[in-house]
Design a protein. Structure first.
Length: 512
């Protein structure tokens, strides 16, 4: 038998191949090659971990220690995999879960109205909820309430009276910032944004006076800036549509150039910041727009100067963002990211995505959380305990598995396995040679995979290929040369993400 020689037939253009051969050198070719954004390997696996679920929307989630706090429109919680009404327990509008197991705890306050916002104190000792309620655990609490995390009880005497919905909260070491649709706190005029003392609940003088609803509040890492998002066009004494940077001392608005990247309010486009995230010296803002083609994207800005760093333009309302490492996770119903070099319209909804926090390019994380109807969004809120991402929303499925309202993703090793590759196409049209052609497959948390071709149990070559769901599969053609005529050989392909391996069916061919 002659020594086999491996070659690769160019399908479109010859490109460099990452070859790990067991024989002579190889030239590689690809068709419909996809380019990948810088940085591979999402911080999180796209495989959801077990957690209890709810019977309606989760509007807000927060984490303190090993507890996860969820508020929303739900009235009951149930085990994973169970249908509504099976094995469930009462948890009306607010529930607390074990962060390790996803199981509800005995911390079960009685709240008489929907919860729209949840936040924890930096030391993890307090959790604050905001919403439409007026009574908590039998005590008057007007749209905002505070609990002691250690005891699960209301904090006595902490009872600001807010006259309408509290939809945004941020807790610092001494202040609780409130945002929403209200017009007064403790019978003192406060238009949609206010601050109260963390220790006493007393109203503070801080009064930026927003002219429309506030949906999100965050504070810079150094505490010198308060970032606010919503539907306003004037706040802190100056014009600033949807996004503003305020003084924590006076409430006056600083200049924030990045806000100019959000389109001005018109009858055809109302784009509002729905979530804000701060990480180091950056602040990220997520928008949801009403109107065809209205801005729904995410931007990153300098947290001190307010200058724009990058901006994405995916269409499909963005409701939640969370930064973990160098990645920014996004909850939305994105349906068109062609402006960012991503998937075009009419490729389906992508409810969970990730961006490089450095460049704003789409990254390798493609789980899905399917909304329960055309009028629903999917994910609405995110929280992180350091090595996980809790997502709340109005979804009913996660990665095709029934799971309503609440789910979680972690850094658990393994991740999603690549799809099983199809059997390679093999042929022997020339003497002593076999041509093997294989297509790339998809992986929910890796863009680039390694493909190895085997003749029997002998690996004859390996190649690195990048692919995604919105482009045609890349095709690589390999020529195995120097074979003995008339022998029958079998071939298969194995694809690996570095942890998981999938093997194709084996096919045989008779060498000419």
């Amino acid at each position: 038998m002659k020594k086999a020689v491996l070659g690769v037939v160019t399908a479109a253009a010859v490109v460099a191949a990452a070859l790990v051969p067991s024989g002579p050198s190889v030239q590689a070719a690809t068709r419909s090659a996809a380019s990948a954004p810088p940085g591979f390997g999402s911080a999180l696996s796209s495989v959801q971990q077990s957690s209890w679920q709810t019977n309606a929307s989760v509007n807000a989630v927060a984490v303190a220690g090993n507890l996860v706090f969820a508020g929303g429109l739900f009235t009951r919680v149930r085990p994973p995999g169970k249908a509504r009404g099976v094995g469930d327990a009462a948890r009306k509008y607010f529930a607390v879960f074990d962060r390790t197991t996803g199981v509800p705890t005995r911390f079960a306050p009685k709240v008489n109205g929907p919860v729209w916002s949840v936040a924890t104190s930096p030391d993890g000792k307090r959790v604050v909820i905001g919403g439409d309620f007026t009574v908590v655990d039998g005590a008057p609490r007007s749209r905002v309430a505070m609990f002691d995390v250690g005891t699960g009880k209301l904090v006595a005497g902490w009872d600001p009276v807010v006259n309408y919905r509290v939809a945004a909260l941020k807790v610092t070491g001494s202040i609780v910032y409130l945002g929403g649709s209200f017009g007064s706190v403790d019978k003192v005029a406060r238009h949609r944004i206010a601050a109260v003392s963390l220790s006493t609940g007393a109203l503070l003088p801080w009064d930026p006076d927003a002219d429309d609803d506030v949906h999100a509040i965050e504070v810079s890492t150094d505490g010198t800036r308060v970032f606010v998002g919503g539907g306003f066009v004037e706040i802190g004494g100056r014009s600033s549509h949807s996004l503003a940077m305020l003084s924590p001392a006076t409430g006056a608005a600083y200049d924030m150039p990045a806000a100019e990247a959000i389109p001005p309010l018109t009858p055809d486009c109302d784009s509002r910041v729905k979530d804000i995230e701060v990480q180091g010296n950056k602040v990220f803002a997520a928008n949801a727009g009403s109107g065809i083609g209205c801005y729904d994207g995410v931007l990153a800005a300098d947290a001190k100067t307010g200058k724009l760093i990058w901006q994405s333009h995916c269409l499909g309302a963005t409701e939640a963002i969370k930064a973990i490492g160098n990645w920014l996770y996004k909850g939305s119903h994105a349906h068109d990211c062609s402006a960012d070099g991503g998937f075009p319209d009419k490729t389906g909804m992508h409810h969970l995505l990730v961006y490089s926090a450095i460049t704003g390019k789409l990254g390798p994380w493609f789980p899905n959380a399917t909304a329960g109807g055309e009028t629903l969004v999917g994910p609405l809120s995110f929280a992180c305990g350091g090595n996980d991402l809790w997502a709340g929303g109005d979804f009913v499925e996660v990665n095709g598995t029934p799971q309503e309202g609440l789910t979680r993703f972690t850094t658990t090793p393994g991740g999603a396995a690549p799809a099983r590759p199809a059997a390679p196409k093999v042929a022997s049209a020339r003497a002593n040679k076999v041509t093997i052609a294989f297509e790339t497959v998809l992986d929910r948390d890796n863009l680039t995979l390694t493909y190895s071709v085997y003749r029997g149990s002998t690996r004859i070559g390996s190649w690195s290929r990048t692919s995604n769901s919105w482009t045609k599969p890349t095709v690589t053609s390999v020529t195995d040369s120097g074979l003995t005529s008339r022998q029958t050989l079998s071939y298969h392909v194995e694809v690996s993400d570095g942890r998981n391996v999938q093997k194709s069916p084996t096919v045989s061919v008779k060498v000419r």
